[in-house]
Design a protein around this ligand. Structure first.
Ligand SMILES: C[S@@+](CC[C@H](N)C(=O)[O-])C[C@H]1O[C@@H](n2cnc3c(N)ncnc32)[C@H](O)[C@@H]1O
Length: 277
């Protein structure tokens, strides 16, 4: 960083930004001595001081191997979702398929599905992905991210969960991944107001089976077996209090090898389960 840029960082810290965020903004908007950069940096700083998430201001954010474009049409990909990708890769490693068919339900920015394709590609595995979302806006962002990373073996589909999937896919999918909305209505009201910048439809789900925010997760667990091939896996992210209900639902739906995985901070956030072989 040049002396001028270090001065700019100090200036932003003086205005109330954290040093780490100030550095990110300066690196993004003030790479050279261009005076237009100064105006962009001032605008970005104002937006951040007003509370907008840094990721939307910068407009892109790293997720595993990818630099994903993000804007208010999509959820900002979270670190715990990066861990979900590890669990999904582990499920695929123990499967026999050399050209797996993947389904990313509620793909948002494309974080999970596109990462899987990219990382499998680097291991010489050519997977095929169907990435769906009920939000047309989110699908536009995911498509742009696929183009940005030259990922072509993906079909994007506007669909409420499994509703618009072609029947020919029934019983053929190797892996279903999902990070659906799982925050209850009342719970949402008490959460960090910064979440108000993200699409509400990406976060809030109806209650089900007496569990707050379980509606979308429950629907997916119940319908997934019809789409998975024998031995295929379901991997989903969920909220802290939802694991027992989800494992019970997975058992009811006939899944085997059901397990919960904690995230790096020890919170119960992921379940994985297999359709019997
Ligand atoms: C928590 S976000 C996850 C986005 C992305 N997969 C990620 O992990 O960053 C949930 C996504 O599910 C989508 N969604 C919500 N309800 C849906 C539904 N009924 N059918 C399909 N997608 C839905 C939202 O639009 C949003 O993109």
């Amino acid at each position: 960083m040049t002396d001028a840029n270090l001065d700019a960082v100090a200036e932003l810290v003086g205005l109330g930004l954290e040093r780490r965020e100030a550095r990110w903004l300066v690196e993004e908007f003030l790479p050279g001595a261009d005076p237009a950069g100064r105006t962009a940096l001032a605008g970005a700083t104002r937006r951040r001081l007003e509370g907008e998430p840094l990721q939307y201001i910068i407009g892109h954010w790293p997720f595993r191997t990818l630099d994903l474009d993000v804007d208010p049409r999509v959820l900002i990909p979270r670190p715990e979702t990066e861990e979900l990708v590890d669990v999904a890769l582990g499920e695929l490693a123990s499967s026999a398929s050399l050209a797996p068919l993947l389904l990313d339900l509620g793909c948002g920015s494309g974080a999970i599905g596109l990462s899987l394709l990219d990382e499998l590609r680097s291991r010489g595995i050519v997977a095929t992905l169907v990435a769906l979302d009920e939000s047309r806006d989110a699908l536009e962002v995911a498509r742009a991210n696929a183009r940005k990373h030259r990922i072509t073996n993906v079909t994007f589909l506007e669909s409420s969960w499994f509703a618009a999937l072609d029947d020919s896919l029934r019983g053929r999918v190797d892996l279903i991944v999902a990070n659906p909305p799982y925050v209850g209505e009342d719970e949402f009201a008490g959460l960090d107001p910064v979440l108000g910048y993200e699409p509400r439809g990406a976060l809030v789900a109806p209650d089900a089976d007496g569990v707050v925010g379980l509606g979308d997760l429950a629907l997916i667990v119940r319908e997934a077996p019809a789409w998975l091939r024998p031995g295929g896996s379901l991997v989903m992210e969920h909220g802290d209090a939802q694991r027992p209900a989800l494992l019970a639902l997975a058992e009811e739906a006939g899944f085997v090898d059901r397990r919960g995985v904690d995230d790096l901070s020890g919170r119960p956030r992921i379940i994985a389960a297999r359709r019997p072989a």
